[in-house]
Design a protein around this ligand. Sequence first.
Ligand code: ADP
Ligand code: ADP
Ligand code: ADP
Length: 214
Amino acid sequence: MRIVLVGPPGAGKGTQAAFLAKNLSIPHISTGDLFRANISQGTPLGQQAQEYMRAGQLVPDEVTIGMARDRMEESDAEDGFLLDGFPRNIAQAEALDALLEEKGTKLDAVLDLEVPEDEVVKRIAGRRICRSDSSHVFHVEYSPPKKDGVCDACGGELYQRDDDREETVRKRLAVYHSETEPIIDHYKAQDLVTTISALGKVGEVTERAMRALG
Ligand code: ADP
Ligand code: ADP
Ligand code: ADP
């Protein structure tokens, strides 16, 4: 299956993507994680992305689309993938449409995670991520690690993302509304969108998502 996850920052995309990708046996492709991996490795791509991420702005399409395409062309993504955080504006959605068409394939579904803004703000404020594996995501209140600051899964160090500070979060939410939300209508026109509530326990949301994907 080829699936796109959409939803505001902090909706739970990464958390859900980890479970869904496992259940569906497809790779989880997160452009945010790819950028952060490049930044921590000090690659030129990371250097290009860093200032935009820090400011809560989108990384330019020339950089983002090439990175996403390269990742989708790796061998594990041949039969499907779950995209998390890409596409994030109309130009990226059109580039993805063109790429898939070139390969004679298309998306199966776009899953839209709906969460009220006050909940998103709480989720982001308490988010902690593992330095060794970005798919290990915790929350100081909602899913606390057994030991403060230490990843339950691998013992890695937990940290707060640079762009999870309040001023930057507000900017990211504004960018979501102005640039990313329009892709939902773009995909509605292709009859691909299912909207589900991302409130409730992580497992409940996963069940809702699996049902939505049929
Ligand atoms: P969240 O999961 O909180 O929405 P992400 O990890 O997806 O955050 O993204 C963090 C930042 O990485 C974004 O604010 C943006 O600067 C950059 N980024 C990630 N994906 C994209 C993309 N598809 N296009 C442009 N910038 C992106
Ligand atoms: P790690 O092994 O620590 O996870 P990688 O070097 O494999 O780090 O990078 C993580 C992900 O980022 C991989 O999926 C890789 O394909 C992707 N990646 C790294 N650099 C680039 C790049 N310049 N363009 C596209 N994808 C990249
Ligand atoms: P996104 O990738 O959409 O930015 P994340 O998956 O990183 O979102 O989740 C944001 C924060 O909210 C994390 O700290 C995560 O542990 C927490 N979280 C995710 N799903 C839920 C949920 N159903 N209930 C409460 N907290 C959640």
